[in-house]
Design a binder for this molecule. Structure first.
Ligand SMILES: CC(C)(COP(=O)(O)OP(=O)(O)OC[C@H]1O[C@@H](n2cnc3c(N)ncnc32)[C@H](O)[C@@H]1OP(=O)(O)O)[C@@H](O)C(=O)NCCC(=O)NCCS
Length: 156
């Protein structure tokens, strides 16, 4: 496991590499954070085990309070943020920003992309403040017919 990285803001969380050992608590967190879009068991196992994935967890005591995963598309020279979430009780303390920043630091490609529900203003604010800009809209991309906002950031 990587060394813990302490978050310098109001939170006492540490950022660590996630593994398949974390599958159950991370699935619980995902289901809580994404009532409509939580990943199936097998997909999440892939996120936590495939070599192209960078998966980080925020840990406070023995509790996982946040999670981020990115898929490195090396041949296409970008990475895709597959998911990012923070437990509702731990939001607004900088954990989401710290997860995103630490994840970007581990990506060995020039650009990062992601998609987000158009109504998810909190996440869009997080991404905008972290330097992501909107590059596209995918009409009716999400379950329920909501549009996706596609965002991108140059990192290397
Ligand atoms: C999006 C999410 C990961 C942010 O996590 P977080 O730990 O609260 O994020 P941070 O504390 O680092 O805050 C990031 C920015 O969002 C803002 N923010 C956080 N909570 C907010 C809230 N409830 N309402 C409005 N803005 C909020 C903060 O003000 C901060 O902006 P700043 O740079 O001006 O301070 C979290 O809200 C979450 O898990 N949401 C549900 C899952 C989700 O939508 N994921 C994104 C899918 S694309």
């Amino acid at each position: 496991m990587d060394q813990s990285i302490a978050i310098t803001s109001g939170s006492t969380a540490a950022i660590q590499t996630a593994s398949w050992h974390d599958l159950t608590p991370i699935r619980e967190l995902e289901r809580l954070c994404f009532p409509q879009d939580a990943w199936p068991w097998l997909d999440m196992l892939g996120v936590l085990t495939l070599p192209s994935m960078v998966s980080l967890k925020a840990v406070e005591g023995d509790k996982i309070t946040g999670f981020v995963a990115a898929d490195i598309k090396r041949r296409r020279r970008f990475a895709w943020i597959a998911t990012i979430c923070v437990h509702p009780k731990n939001r607004g303390q900088g954990i989401g920003t710290a997860l995103l920043n630490n994840c970007e630091d581990k990506l060995t490609v020039p650009r990062v992309r992601l998609s987000v529900r158009a109504s998810n203003s909190t996440a869009i604010k997080l991404y905008s403040h972290s330097g992501y800009v909107q590059t596209d809209i995918w009409k009716r991309y999400y379950r329920g017919g909501e549009d996706a906002v596609v965002m991108e950031k140059n990192i290397n």
